[in-house]
Design a protein around this ligand. Structure first.
Ligand code: P6P
Length: 341
């Protein structure tokens, strides 16, 4: 390729974070260092996921995690990698992980000012099938005088200072957003060992005829959800019904919805009255990304997802996540049934 065609002004995640820091006058650099540790944890998790099949890491670890799911060996490794990256950053005081019953307070970091929530490998039940899994994370800043306990995390998603996820697909795709900021997507260049900015300022399509829900649960859905799902199958203005897309790995379903538009739903139902997905480290971080990209996220009572305060660190919620107009359609149906604020 002629030299004139090579882009030499590459924006890596490291450069992006440095530039973001210069925009915050009172920045101390702590947040930037925390994000570097996050970046390293994604790189190391990606390494093991790539090799999982080869070194037979896809078998069961023989132990089960707090929520009783069969734990895959990679879950354990992903969790351990994430915890040690956060601890060694020296910038994290308290951590909640899907794999840990209790929150972890890092006594080594008594003056650290950040709390991190994460699902180190979400969708891991799909791992053996080679389906894309991901890491979902959120970052809170400790309130003044906070000592570092789970109370520092039982907060609404509106208080997140940053959130995002990394999907380990054909390449590792990182999506990150800061409070009140834009959504930026980075693609891992394995040769450089760097995340490269490939999707600056992501804006979701306002509407898209794609719906993503596990219809195997429809037996337990309430009336408004059944009516919404039936509407998806009716011919729309263009005479065509919606397309159905469901991977069963939230990060993969969310990433497709963010890029193409449409709606992802995991409604609360009679079988799971609180819903299945976790507020702190699945629903709230995704809600922040989608809102900052122009979309919406509500729970099964049609309340703004980011306003919900979890009752405990593993609390769950129903969720509708997607293009602005697509979530409006769900809200309209619930309003008609008197099931919306
Ligand atoms: P279901 C994966 O186990 C997960 O936690 C999410 O990643 C995913 O969206 C959901 O559960 C899939 O649940 O009941 O459709 O298999």
């Amino acid at each position: 390729v002629g030299a004139e065609k090579i882009n030499t002004d590459i924006i890596t995640l490291t450069r992006f974070l440095t530039e973001e820091q210069t925009k915050v006058k009172e920045a101390t650099g702590d947040f930037t260092l925390l994000c570097h540790a996050l970046q390293f944890s994604f790189k190391s998790i990606a390494y093991y996921i790539r090799r999982a099949t080869l070194i037979n890491l896809t078998g069961l670890a023989g132990s089960s995690n707090t929520t009783g799911d069969d734990q895959k060996k990679l879950d354990v490794i992903g969790n351990d990698l994430f915890i040690s990256a956060m601890k060694s950053s020296g910038r994290v005081r308290v951590l909640v992980s899907e794999e840990e019953e209790e929150c972890i307070v890092f006594d080594e970091n008594p003056n650290a000012r950040y709390a991190v929530v994460c699902d180190p490998i979400d969708g891991s039940s799909n791992l053996d099938a080679g389906v894309s899994v991901g890491t979902i994370f959120g970052i809170f800043k400790l309130q003044e005088g906070a000592k570092g306990s789970k109370e520092d995390l039982l907060r609404p998603g509106t208080e997140l200072v940053a959130a995002g996820f990394t999907m380990y697909g054909a390449s590792a795709q990182l999506v990150i957003t800061m409070k009140g900021g834009s959504v930026n997507g980075f693609t891992m260049d394995n040769a450089l060992g760097e995340f490269i900015l490939t999707h600056p300022d992501m804006q979701m399509p306002k509407q898209r005829a794609i719906y993503s829900v596990n219809e195997g649960n429809s037996l337990w859905w309430d009336e408004p959800v059944k009516e919404w799902c039936a509407m998806m199958k009716e011919p729309q203005k263009d005479g065509k019904p919606y397309s159905a897309r469901y991977i069963g790995s939230m990060v993969a379903d969310a990433y497709r919805t963010l890029l193409y538009g449409g709606i992802f739903a995991y409604p609360a139902d009679k079988k799971s009255p609180k819903g299945k997905l976790r507020i702190l480290y699945e629903c709230a971080p995704m809600a922040m990304v989608f809102e900052n990209a122009g979309g919406q996220a509500v729970n099964s009572r049609m309340e703004r997802m980011l306003s919900i305060v979890p009752e405990h660190i593993h609390d769950r919620s129903g969720i509708f996540l997607g293009s602005y107009d697509e979530v409006e359609k769900v809200k309209d149906i619930h309003k008609k049934h008197g099931k919306a604020p």
